[in-house]
Design a protein around this ligand. Sequence first.
Ligand SMILES: NC(=O)c1ccc[n+]([C@@H]2O[C@H](COP(=O)([O-])OP(=O)(O)OC[C@H]3O[C@@H](n4cnc5c(N)ncnc54)[C@H](O)[C@@H]3O)[C@@H](O)[C@H]2O)c1
Length: 259
Amino acid sequence: MDLAGKNVVYLGGFGGIGQKCVQELLQRQLKALAIFDLDANEKLLAEWKSQHPDTDIFYQKLDITQKSDIDAAYKATAERFGHFDVVVNGSGLMNDRLVELTIQVNLLGVVNSTLTALEHMDKAKGGKGGLIVNISSVAGLQPTAIMAIYSAAKTGVTTFTRAMANPFFYAHSGVGFITICPGFTNTGLLEDIANKTTFTYDNPMLAMFNRVKRQTAEDCARNLVSAIETSKNGAVLMLELGETTEVNMPDIWKPQLDN
Ligand SMILES: NC(=O)c1ccc[n+]([C@@H]2O[C@H](COP(=O)([O-])OP(=O)(O)OC[C@H]3O[C@@H](n4cnc5c(N)ncnc54)[C@H](O)[C@@H]3O)[C@@H](O)[C@H]2O)c1
């Protein structure tokens, strides 16, 4: 997809990875960009608006745990932009001591945002099709015991997004889906990990966690925006240490059919 002239919605656009993705996206001469986030970063917003006067940059306050916020944000964006071509579900929270919130933000939020975005984008409902990018994690590719709840939520995101990419759905809606699985990336999300693990007791995974190599948010953002440009429906992409690898996830269960 050529991003020039496109309308993009980015959830979590003021976060560590989100900011860098927004900056990368704004270099593509977008027509419009909506940022949905818990709080505005007024300084960044003003900077982006003055640096990119030809892009309509719009902030919409949203708590992704609130379905009414999600509905209102997409409605306001559709009214302002007419349509949107790309949605990035990039909000997230890592704190296994907050079990419900971890599932609500990381999994339920992505599901609700995706289904609401589809209402506006689905060609069968008068939309123009497009691309939805859901940010999962390497913890959504394999069990990550130190963060069992986060890992479960992210595994849900990976599976949900792969299911949404079903070719039958794609033929119906014209909306493609990709799953992005970043490895450790230097942002606030990884801070204070000792107080965010699933269990309170010390374990060897904690010492290992602090030794895992991290990529920069800039490297992650560059590869995420390239993935949008490639727009391969159904791709599960691991973004690790500045490289992108497409992950092959074969079917394990093959249904046996009657007659
Ligand atoms: N940093 C990493 O190592 C890493 C690795 C893999 C995946 N990820 C994922 O990448 C995405 C971005 O993470 P990040 O590292 O930039 O973290 P971050 O903490 O810097 O940013 C998270 C963003 O989510 C938003 N958010 C949190 N709760 C919200 C809520 N209730 N409603 C609306 N927005 C909310 C925050 O305001 C912020 O903009 C997340 O989905 C995260 O799980 C991060």
